[in-house]
Ligand binder design. Structure first.
Ligand code: XLS
Ligand code: CA
Ligand code: CA
Length: 437
């Protein structure tokens, strides 16, 4: 069998004192934390698109990376080599999951029928490679944004024919996800948004997106696909304004179109910051509203206003994320998918290993710190105390709906100026720093 990463052995855990750049210093898959192994908590996944199809192209120049799995003029041979290279990578890295778009694994042909034939062939190979390696599919999805037919959106396109094409593509991708035993299916609204309202009927487009997702739910039931559906919020890019702006707007959308019990959210760190939130904010919002599902683990750059999809290295981010994830009961169907790409100058295949090892170690450190934070209960106690007025007397009456404005006016006139307490932000930040080492 041809090797695509010769000279790279299976990545091992060597502990914090190791100086080997191709070893884990913190991610020890079998180490137990709060009753589960690190592998069970973190459910790492590698994304197919950036890691195997991305070549470092940007608007100023083409790709910089020359990959051995691209060396053929036959697109199906390239597809097969790429899939084999990917499974070699997953195995050497030691991740349990992968994610893909339909068109990542099989090149689009001139007709839908021919595209489907190519796709079925590659799904068959993926199934074999999954069986051989034990690597599982975290989620599947469909690319409804690259082809020119989708320039004005897929489900929100002004043309019903494009809507139909998108539906046909999603149907196939759902069939494939089911065949591969996928734990979930992601809807990211690639170009579901607008460039200008001068040519856009926003209300109608939103209704069409609601209809599209309801059709997907119907089809899911029809084929008996048991995986979890997710919406992945993103505020902008590629369109100026994307409808699935952030967790809050997805929440409102799901409620309006009767989809709350069918969907959870796939929260991506860099999309949170593009929406001028933090990754932490988006996770807390999702968890507070029963929508926490899965995570696209990456980071943006504070100095750049676009989706840089860098590998996560910030320990504050990973620690706060793991606190929310643990408090939400951990991943059920979801996991930490590295929707991240190496920088344009990181041209060697080994850079893919460095990038993922760094991201996995960053989340392992986040997990260890989060477990200590939760066990220490310092923040939990502080927050409980801060809101304790709601557990008795006046607060309890308000929460239970036993008083209205008139009673509250009478209470205030009688009791005068409320007592206020310090938020102790600096003290709490100092405590947090003690956990992040
Ligand atoms: C793009 C999105 C995309 C989705 C899957 O910004 O992150 O990669 O995760 O379609
Ligand atoms: Ca993503
Ligand atoms: Ca992104």
């Amino acid at each position: 069998m041809r090797e695509f990463f010769p000279g790279i052995e299976k990545v091992k855990y060597e502990g914090p004192n190791s100086r080997n750049p191709l070893a884990f210093k913190h991610y020890n898959p079998n180490q137990k934390i709060l009753g589960k192994t690190m592998a069970e908590h973190l459910r790492f996944s590698v994304c197919f698109w950036h890691t195997f199809k991305g070549l470092g192209g940007d608007p100023f120049g083409p790709g910089t990376m020359i990959r051995p799995w691209n060396k053929s003029d036959d697109p199906m041979e390239v597809a097969e080599m790429t899939l084999r290279a990917a499974f070699e990578f997953f195995t050497k890295l030691g991740v349990g999951f992968w994610c893909f778009h339909d068109l990542d694994i099989a090149p689009e042909a001139d007709t839908l029928a021919e595209t489907n034939k190519r796709f079925d062939e590659m799904v068959k190979l993926a199934k074999k490679l999954q069986r051989d390696t034990g690597v599982r599919l975290l989620w599947g999805t469909s690319n409804l944004f690259s082809n020119r037919r989708f320039m004005s959106g897929a489900a929100t396109n002004p043309s019903p024919e494009v809507f139909a094409y998108a539906a046909s593509q999603v149907k196939r991708a759902m069939d494939a996800t089911k065949a591969l035993g996928g734990a979930g299916y992601v809807f990211w609204g690639g170009r579901e948004g607008y460039e200008t309202l001068l040519n856009t009927d926003m209300g109608r487009e939103l209704d069409h997106l609601g209809r599209f997702l309801n059709m997907a739910v119907d089809y899911k039931k029809k084929i008996g696909f048991k995986g979890q559906f997710y919406i992945e919020p993103k505020p902008k890019e590629p369109t100026k304004h994307q409808y699935d702006f952030d967790a809050g707007s997805c929440h409102a959308f799901l409620q309006k179109y009767g989809l709350m019990d069918q969907f959870k959210l796939n929260i991506e760190a860099n999309h949170g910051t593009l929406a001028t939130h933090t990754f932490h904010h988006e996770l807390v919002y999702a968890a507070a509203n029963g929508l926490f599902g899965s995570v696209d683990a990456n980071r943006g750059d504070l100095l750049l206003g676009w989706d840089t999809d860098q590998f996560p290295t910030d320990l504050y981010d990973t620690t706060m994320a793991m606190c929310v994830i643990l408090q939400a009961g951990g991943f059920k169907t979801g996991g930490l998918n590295f929707d991240a790409k190496v920088r344009r100058q990181s041209i060697d295949p080994v850079d893919l290993f460095h990038a993922h090892i760094g991201g996995m170690d960053a989340f392992a450190r986040g997990l260890k710190a989060a477990a200590k934070i939760i066990q220490g209960k310092k923040f939990e106690k502080f927050i409980k105390q801060r809101y304790s007025g709601w557990d008795r007397g006046l607060g309890q009456k308000i929460e239970k709906g036993r008083v209205g404005f008139q009673q509250l006016e009478a209470y205030t006139l009688k009791n005068g100026e409320p007592k206020i307490q310090s938020g102790r932000q600096e003290m709490l930040e100092n405590i947090l720093n003690e956990y992040i080492r």
